[in-house]
Design a protein around this ligand. Structure first.
Ligand code: SF4
Length: 351
C-alpha cells in the first residue's frame, strides 16, 4: 500500500502514514473517548471553544540531554544553556502524577513529556504513563532521540499504555546523522527502533504508534528520499518537518521546506489548547523554543487551573487573536512565521 500524504494545520510538517490515518488507528484502539478528545481539540485550535483546562499538558521533568543537535538550544555553550534552564532542578514523578490527577479531574485529555530534555532520561516514564492512562488521559506521548530506547524500556513502554512514540532520526547514514544528532549513535538508534517494532509485534500490541521524524535542513536534505524508502511502511507514520528557525546562533541559515510557512503570519492556537510545565516549575503556553520567554507563572504560585484561567494567559490569547506582537505576545513575533493562515475547521492532523 502506498503511504498517504498529510499536511498538518501548522504547515510545519507533512505526514506519511504507513497503512492508515494515525487518527483512525488511535480511534479504533482507544474508542469513543479518543473521538471526543479530538473533537475538543479541533474546537480549541479553531478558536470555537476554549476548554476549562488545557486539553494537553507537557512536562519537562529535567533540563538535560546527552545530544547537542545544532538546531536545538541544548547545543549552546554552558552559559547559553543556563540562560534557558537549570540542570540542577527537576520535576519529580510525584509532582507530575499529582498534576495529572488534577488535570484529569478538570478535563485534560492528553499528556506529553515535552520541552528541552530527553524524556528517556527519566526512568519513571512507564510508571507515570500507566498512571496517567489509568486516570483516563486518552493520549500519552513523547519525542526522543531513541538512543535510550533499550529492549527493556521498549517493553515497559508498550505495557504502560503509551499511545505515541516519536523518534527524531533525521538521516539515513551515520555521517549525516553525526552532523544532525551529535552525541548519539546512528546504528544503535536504528537497531533500537527495529527492536521496538519487533517487541511491540511480539506483545501483540498496536500501540504506541511509532512516528519517525526528519527535520529537513541543508545538512541532511539529500537523504530525505532514502530515509523515506527505508522507513515508509515500517514506521506507523513519518513526519517530514521544516526547520523552524529556532534561536540557535550555531544553526546555519537553513532553507525552509517547500511546504513550510514563510507566508503571512497566522494565529497560533497553542495557548488555546495546551500548557508546558518546566523543570523549574515555570509554566508556559506552548512547546516552542520561542515560547520560553512567555512564562505564565510558577507552580508554587498557583495551580494549573488558575494559570489557565488567569489574566496573563487571557492577555496573551487576546494579543495573538489581534495579531499584536508589541505586548504580551512579543516573543511570538519571530515564531509566527512558522504558522500558516488561520486554521480551518475540520479534522486536525497528527501533531
Ligand atoms: S511562542 Fe507564541 S506563537 Fe510560538 S508557539 Fe508559543 S505561543 Fe505560539
Amino acid at each position: 500500500m502506498e503511504p498517504q500524504l498529510y499536511a498538518d494545520s501548522r504547515r510545519v510538517s507533512r505526514f506519511l502514514a504507513a497503512q492508515a490515518d494515525p487518527h483512525a488507528v488511535l480511534a479504533a484502539e482507544l474508542g469513543p473517548a479518543y473521538a471526543e478528545y479530538r473533537h475538543l481539540w479541533d474546537q480549541a485550535r479553531t478558536f470555537q471553544a476554549l476548554p476549562p483546562f488545557p486539553l494537553h499538558v507537557d512536562y519537562e521533568m529535567k533540563f538535560a540531554c546527552p545530544l547537542a543537535c545544532p538546531m536545538c538550544l541544548m547545543s549552546l555553550d554552558e552559559a547559553g544553556r543556563r540562560a534557558h534552564g537549570d540542570p540542577g532542578l527537576e520535576l519529580s514523578a510525584r509532582t507530575v502524577m499529582d498534576l495529572a490527577a488534577e488535570g484529569a479531574a478538570q478535563g485534560q485529555k492528553s499528556l506529553g513529556f515535552g520541552g528541552l530534555w530527553e524524556p528517556l532520561l527519566a526512568p519513571e516514564l512507564p510508571e507515570i504513563t500507566a498512571f496517567a492512562r489509568g486516570l483516563g488521559l486518552v493520549d500519552v506521548m513523547f519525542n526522543t532521540s531513541g538512543l535510550g530506547l533499550t529492549e527493556k524500556i521498549s517493553r515497559a513502554l508498550v505495557k504502560s499504555g503509551l499511545t505515541r512514540l516519536m523518534v527524531s532520526l533525521d538521516a539515513d547514514s551515520r555521517a549525516t546523522y553525526d552532523l544532525m544528532r551529535p552525541g548519539s549513535d546512528f546504528h544503535t538508534v536504528v537497531a533500537n527502533i527495529e527492536n521496538f517494532l519487533d517487541i511491540r509485534k511480539k506483545m501483540g500490541r498496536r500501540l504506541p504508534l511509532l512516528r519517525l521524524s526528519f527535520c529537513r535542513t541543508a545538512l541532511n536534505e539529500a537523504e530525505l528520499e532514502p530515509f523515506l524508502a527505508r522507513w515508509s511502511g515500517r514506521a506507523d507514520f513519518i513526519s517530514v518537518q521544516a526547520y523552524g528557525r529556532y534561536p540557535t546562533p550555531r544553526a546555519p541559515a537553513w532553507p525552509r521546506a517547500a511546504w513550510g510557512g514563510d507566508g503571512p503570519a497566522g494565529v497560533c492556537a497553542q495557548p488555546f489548547k495546551r500548557l508546558l510545565v518546566r523543570h523549574n516549575g515555570q509554566v508556559g503556553p506552548c512547546c516552542d523554543a520561542s515560547g520560553l520567554g512567555l512564562s505564565l507563572g510558577r507552580l508554587a504560585e498557583g495551580g494549573l487551573t488558575e494559570i489557565w484561567r488567569g489574566e496573563k494567559l487571557a492577555g496573551l490569547r487576546r494579543s495573538l487573536l489581534a495579531e499584536d506582537f508589541s505586548g504580551p505576545a512579543a516573543a511570538c513575533g519571530p515564531c509566527q512565521a512558522k504558522f500558516g493562515p488561520r486554521p480551518a475547521a475540520g479534522p486536525s492532523k497528527p501533531c
